[in-house]
Design a protein around this ligand. Structure first.
Ligand code: TRP
Length: 332
């Protein structure tokens, strides 16, 4: 038995990974691999909850995400990397948990109404969408994960998971699961090109796999301090999106220099962007090279995922034995 605490986290396969995903979560996941027993998975069933009409896009996204993950350093030798639908026990646990989960709890999860409003181009008045946090609960507790590295916005999901676990234990009069806790880590703010949070759905994202020329173009389009119309207007780096990018890619000395020059109108936005672009491209170069190697190796990519799913499944099966026993469904 490993002494390490267990961590679980996942991504929905709704597209490639962008800078916001990387600095907001993935970079941290890579580090956690040395300290924890990590399970990282691709939540393809969760992608269906909002993308049920575009299900043909899911599998291509799974492959793209695998490339992104491996390129940034998620390591199948250290972590269990798997695909949700290849561990069907998640669905069985979701079903069993659904029997004891009050509807009101699901309706009260803030992201339910938020997302419905945000994605108002599709009908999300669906059973599967309402159950999103419950399926997520099953994902976590089936591995007895102690911690889930999440952003602030997911804390309410986790609180929901903890309540479901407590209720299950209470009703079945048996302790089966670990109550998962959020693992909050500070991460830098990564605005999109337009200053809103970087997100695929806002169409303001820069992706790990974007070609260098695409990155250049996107960074040239990125909004700086809007009050700075001309080069000799003084600027405010604190509200400049390029300055936020400098903080990701540029060394401290240069950042200080840019900060004061921006405030004194000693450097123009175009020159400032050029420095930032070069630093960003330098940062991503080895990662992109690593990623490209996988383009010709999709079979191997899937093998890694199958292998991880097999291992994940062993753990999931053990948990389900105990769950079935707790609900008295272990007859043979
Ligand atoms: N909700 C996560 C996302 O939007 C995906 C996810 C599904 C997840 N199940 C999870 C994350 C369990 C952490 C733990 O990307």
């Amino acid at each position: 038995m490993s002494e390490k605490k267990r961590i679980l986290s996942g991504n929905r396969p709704t597209g490639r990974i962008h800078w916001g995903n990387y600095f907001g979560a993935l970079q941290n996941w890579v580090k956690l691999q040395d300290e924890y027993e990590c399970y990282y998975f691709i939540a393809d069933w969760h992608a269906l909850t909002t993308g049920y009409e575009d299900s043909q896009d899911i599998f291509p996204s799974v492959k793209e995400i695998m490339k992104d993950w491996l390129a940034v350093g998620l390591n199948p030798k250290k972590s269990t990397i798997f695909l949700q639908s290849w561990v069907p026990e998640h669905a069985e646990l979701h079903l069993l948990l659904s029997m004891i989960t009050p509807l009101g709890w699901l309706e009260r999860v803030p992201s339910f109404k938020d997302m419905q409003q945000q994605l108002n181009d599709r009908d999300l008045n669906m059973y599967g969408f309402l159950g999103y946090p419950l399926l997520q609960t099953a994902d976590i507790v089936i591995y007895n994960a102690h911690f889930v590295p999440v952003g602030e916005d997911q804390v309410s999901h986790l609180e929901f998971s903890r309540e479901v676990v407590r209720r299950f234990h209470h009703i079945m009069k048996k302790q089966v699961f670990v109550e998962p806790k959020p693992l909050l880590t500070s991460s830098p703010r990564v605005p999109g090109m337009d200053g809103r949070k970087m997100s695929k759905s806002f169409d303001n994202a820069i992706y790990i796999s974007d070609e260098d020329d695409v990155v250049r173009k996107k960074m040239m389009q990125t909004i700086t301090d809007p009050a700075r119309k001309r080069k000799d207007d003084p600027g405010n780096p604190e509200i400049c999106n390029i300055f936020a990018y400098h903080k990701l890619y540029t060394d401290e000395g240069t950042i200080e220099d840019i900060d004061s020059k921006c405030r004194n109108a000693g450097i123009g936005c175009v020159d400032c962007k050029k420095i930032c672009i070069e630093n960003a491209l330098k940062f991503w170069k080895p990662i992109k090279e690593e990623r490209e190697k996988w383009d010709d190796e999709e079979d191997k990519l899937l093998e890694i995922l199958r292998d991880g799913s097999k291992r994940a499944r062993e753990t999931a099966r053990e948990t389900m034995e105990r769950v079935r026993k707790a609900v008295h469904l272990n007859y043979k």
